[in-house]
Structure formats: structure tokens, C-alpha cells
Design a protein around this ligand. Structure first.
Ligand SMILES: NC(=O)c1ccc[n+]([C@@H]2O[C@H](COP(=O)([O-])OP(=O)(O)OC[C@H]3O[C@@H](n4cnc5c(N)ncnc54)[C@H](OP(=O)(O)O)[C@@H]3O)[C@@H](O)[C@H]2O)c1
Length: 298
């Protein structure tokens, strides 16, 4: 069993990763800003350290004596924390701390779509972060995921926001292709990656067993919650200026221009069997999972 430091354990995916690591019998240490958010892991035996993942001294100290570091720290919006501080400087700080502490490997979670492209600020920041991590010379595996689906959080929050007034709003055409993966399965990949030295130095793109459109996933959600609002497709030519205006006046806009652009682009893994080819097991189909798991909160 391994000694692991997990950064980002309090987030939507991180919570599942923490529990998966504990289920597997690993010795888990988490570095968190708010220790109350880590209560559920602490009662299961995790060591909880309080500190900021952007503070080099905190991360280096937290990394002492661990074999592997897993990081899920990232922000999807440029406010209140910035992409540059979290998504770009964060991985550099992580890599330097890993080297200083002598950790054997780093598993860094990123996003499919990460690329240098000024039209996509979030994806550019993730690509820059991957580069910063690599520049530190640390031995690591980068796992890029497609949409990760759970009972709450993630895309569910976006869908809830899209139930605007009398309509269920689809940003743009809704026809971009996605390959969603369940949070449990993504967490399993992340924890198992520490036992796969053959993945070191690689960027691995992972997704679920179905390719579906954004609108299909939205339909799963609407059906599971028995929501019968008419769908309203808002063209990006209308939505992007509206999102920019919302961003100008609100700290927490309903949607950002970058998010609207991202939802128009296909977000697919390296093949339909990306998980089974790398990890040897087949992830569950979100289409069969959604009707019961999303219905619970109706
Ligand atoms: N959700 C998806 O559909 C999806 C898809 C593809 C890839 N991913 C990747 O999965 C990873 C996790 O995503 P998520 O959806 O779980 O995000 P999330 O819920 O927003 O969680 C982000 C985590 O990062 C932590 N964090 C942010 N800034 C920090 C800072 N300055 N210092 C310390 N911790 C900080 C947060 O801690 P606090 O609790 O203290 O804020 C939280 O634990 C990201 O790398 C993301 O790109 C997610």
C-alpha cells in the first residue's frame, strides 16, 4: 500500500478520489484550506494538513515522506482565483515540491481540450499548466478527462443553471460530442494510475464508453428529474455577448463566454475503449446510470 498526498481532495472529483484511495488501503494525506471539508476522510484515517496548494512551502512540507502525489487542483473560471495563479503556477509549485521531497511520482489531473488556443482561455491555462509541470522535470502522468458525471456538482450545476425561467436553455447547437465518464470510474483511474509506471511521462486521455451529444446528456438530466420545460436553443452569437455582459457585472455569472465556447467543441477521449486499454476494466455507461442517480434529487 502506498503513501499518497492528495491535493484538491475537497472538490467534486477529489472527494471520490480520497475515498477510493482509502478503500484501496492506501495511507492518505490531504492538504486542504478548510479542514472541515476533509472531515469525512479524517474519520476514515486520512491525515489532514491545513495549507494552500499554491504555497510552495506548504506543499513541499506536505509532500515529505510520501511516494506519490495526486493533484486535482484547478479552477474552471478565471475569478475569484485566476487561471494563471491556480492552473499555471499551481502545477509548477507541485512539480518543484515533488522533486524537493523525493516523491516517486505525480499524477496530475487535467482536461481533454487542453491546448494553446486563444479562443479557449481555460483550455489554454490547462495546457500551460501541463507544460509548467513538465518543465520541473518531475516524473509524472497526466490524466486528461472528458466530462465527469456525478450525482451533484460538475455538469449538474450547469444544467440546473440552464433551467432558466420557463425554458431549458441549450447553449448553441447542443450537438458537440462528449464522452462522459462517471466520477467513481474517473476516481478509480486516478488512484490506479499510481501503480502504473508504464504511464509515467505520458498524457492519457480518458472518457466513458458512450459518445453522445451535449443535448443527449441534458435530456438524461431532464428526464431523470421529470422536467418538461420546452428547450430553447440560444445561438452562440447571442449567448457569447450576453455572457460577456454578465461577466462584467457579476462575480458569479450564470455562464461565461469561455464556457459557451467550450460546450460547442467536441470533447472526446483517445478512443471509446480508452479506460479499458489503459486500466483493463470497462467503465459504466452514464446513460444507464443517469435515470436513477439524477432522479434522486428531483
Ligand atoms: N468536473 C469535471 O467534469 C472535470 C472534467 C475533466 C477534468 N476535470 C479535472 O478534475 C480536477 C478536479 O475538478 P473538480 O470538478 O473536482 O473541481 P472542483 O470541484 O472545483 O475542485 C477543485 C479543487 O481544487 C481546490 N483548490 C482550488 N484552488 C485551490 C488553492 N488555491 N489551494 C488549494 N486548493 C485549491 C479546491 O479546494 P477548495 O475546496 O478549498 O476550494 C478543490 O478541492 C480538475 O483538474 C479538473 O480539470 C474535471
Amino acid at each position: 500500500m502506498a503513501r499518497i498526498l492528495l491535493l484538491g481532495s475537497t472538490g467534486f472529483v477529489g472527494r471520490a478520489v480520497a475515498h477510493k484511495a482509502l478503500d484501496a488501503g492506501h495511507q492518505l494525506r490531504v492538504l486542504v484550506r478548510d479542514p472541515m471539508k476533509a472531515a469525512a476522510f479524517k474519520v476514515r484515517g486520512a491525515q489532514v494538513l491545513v495549507g494552500d496548494a499554491l504555497n510552495a512551502a506548504s506543499v513541499t512540507q506536505a509532500a515529505q515522506g510520501v511516494e506519490h502525489i495526486i493533484s486535482l487542483v484547478a479552477v474552471r473560471r478565471n475569478r475569484p482565483q485566476s487561471y494563471l495563479a491556480v492552473n499555471v503556477d499551481g502545477p509548477r509549485i507541485l512539480g518543484e515540491a515533488a522533486k524537493a521531497s523525493g516523491a516517486r511520482s505525480v499524477v496530475f489531473v487535467s482536461a481533454i481540450g487542453a491546448k494553446l488556443d486563444p479562443h479557449f482561455k481555460y483550455f489554454t491555462s490547462r495546457w500551460m499548466g501541463e507544460q509548467e509541470l513538465a518543465k520541473t522535470g518531475v516524473t509524472g502522468t497526466i490524466l486528461r478527462f472528458t466530462f465527469i458525471i456525478g450525482e451533484d456538482g460538475g455538469i449538474v450545476k450547469e444544467f440546473e443553471r440552464a433551467l432558466f425561467g420557463p425554458f431549458a436553455v441549450i447553449p448553441g447547437s447542443g450537438q458537440a460530442r462528449m464522452q462522459p465518464i462517471l466520477r467513481e470510474d474517473a476516481a478509480r483511474c486516478i488512484v490506479e494510475a499510481i501503480t502504473k509506471p508504464e504511464l509515467l511521462g505520458k498524457i492519457v486521455e480518458l472518457g466513458g464508453p458512450e459518445v453522445v451529444t451535449y443535448e443527449t446528456i441534458f435530456d438524461w438530466f431532464l428526464q431523470a428529474r421529470r422536467i418538461r420545460k420546452p428547450k430553447l436553443r440560444l445561438p452562440t452569437a447571442v449567448l457569447i455577448p450576453a455572457a460577456m455582459a454578465m461577466e462584467a457585472v457579476s462575480k458569479d455569472p450564470m455562464v461565461t463566454a469561455d464556457e459557451v465556447r467550450m460546450i460547442q467543441a467536441d470533447n472526446l477521449a483517445a478512443g471509446i475503449d480508452s479506460v479499458s486499454s489503459q486500466f483493463g476494466w470497462r467503465p459504466s455507461a452514464p446513460g444507464a446510470w443517469a435515470p436513477t442517480h439524477w432522479a434522486k434529487r428531483a
